[in-house]
Design a protein. Structure first.
Length: 363
């Protein structure tokens, strides 16, 4: 018997998720300095200075385990968003939440639905638990909710919806989400992945956690890795019914959120000025990048996130590698079945200017 005969069948054909290339790796490989990374949708301003200050003050206490229930963070989230503390689940990044949901609700007898051109982790977790993944064709690079409803089978237990969608930045309105939920069988769990929601133009509208009260089969997840600038700390959370949260917390690993991340998130939630500044620079620079891409002859997908995906007018992988050689790291989208597209994170003004300059030289 070979080792592969012992492995879960769903894992045998999996390919590991490939993150954006680290700056240090590129500089070492090419013997260059001052490379820029616009690949992983991080906040270019970094974390709140208040959060960094708070973290440095507790370093001497890291020989102790963190609060396994993340009670203080849950209290902060409950106060800020007016949600019941018992409806919260804390993850090591919102990816962790996706994993909890798949493990809680899917088996090899079940199916789950996700859209074409949606986050690559959805099919990975579905396949890992041995369930059937159903990919629905996209509509203008976004979710086609009518086609998703048509794709539902008797064994369908879970639907993934990213809003805004990654990597395309498309967005579903509050009315579209509610109409979909009204028509979907209440026995099907829906994950509304709002990792990039803070960046959307709808972030002040009622498309958030109040929907959980109306739809007990709905889970909403968000991340501290994007607008809050805490990607290196790895922290995310979900809001759901108390019953769903209870099941998710049963599969959550003990101490899955470290003490530094918990404190950083607590303080970041209270620093409204840093969040406001992050959103403002993103919007300003998005306009500049869209204009720059258009001037260079590149079509792009209008985005509600902190990134833009654009048509390379040819093989995206070739342009990706050419940009690497110029010291600019972006994201190739072949894995998302968009081989002619690249995705660029909206960075600092000087980073975006370098990207447009290098792109102009290669065009």
């Amino acid at each position: 018997m070979e080792l592969k005969d012992l492995v879960n069948k769903g894992i045998l054909d999996l390919s590991p998720y490939k993150p954006g290339k680290p700056i240090q790796d590129l500089e070492r490989e090419l013997g260059i300095k001052n490379a820029i990374k616009l690949a992983s949708n991080e906040n270019p301003l970094g974390p709140s200075p208040l959060a960094i200050d708070a973290v440095t003050k507790i370093l001497n206490g890291t020989h102790r385990y963190p609060d396994g229930n993340a009670l203080r963070l849950k209290e902060c989230l409950s106060d800020k968003f007016k949600v019941d503390i018992n409806c919260l689940t804390i993850g090591n990044g919102s990816n962790d939440i996706i994993e909890f949901i798949a493990r809680s609700f899917l088996s090899d007898k079940d199916s789950a639905i996700y859209s074409e051109h949606a986050f690559a982790v959805y099919p990975l977790v579905v396949q890992a638990v041995g369930a059937e993944g159903i990919e629905v064709p996209s509509k203008e690079y976004g979710h086609d909710l009518n086609e998703i409803k048509k794709a539902v089978k008797e064994n369908t237990k879970l639907v993934f919806i990213a809003n805004p969608n990654n990597p395309t930045g498309t967005f579903l309105s509050p009315k579209e989400i509610e109409s979909f939920m009204d028509e979907l069988d209440r026995n099907i769990i829906v994950l509304l992945d709002q990792a990039y929601f803070d960046y959307s133009s709808y972030n002040n509208e009622d498309i958030g956690f109040e929907l959980v009260d109306k739809y007990p089969n709905l889970i909403i997840s968000r991340s501290f890795s994007k607008a809050y600038g805490l990607a290196g700390f790895r922290l995310g959370y979900s809001v759901s019914s108390q019953e769903i949260a209870d099941f998710l917390n049963r599969v959550r690993q003990p101490f899955n959120a470290n003490s530094l991340a918990l404190v950083a998130a607590e303080i970041a939630l209270s620093d409204d000025s840093h969040l406001k500044k992050s959103l403002e620079i993103n919007l300003d620079q998005k306009i500049i990048l869209m204009r720059g891409l258009k001037d260079l002859g590149y079509d792009y997908i209008p985005s509600e996130g902190n990134f833009i995906s654009f048509n390379c007018n040819g093989d995206g992988q070739n342009l990706f590698e050419d940009l690497l050689n110029e010291g600019v790291i972006v994201r190739a989208l072949g894995v998302y079945k968009m081989p002619n597209y690249l995705r660029i994170t909206i960075g600092l003004p000087e980073e975006n200017a370098i990207f447009l300059e290098k792109l102009s030289l290669l065009s």
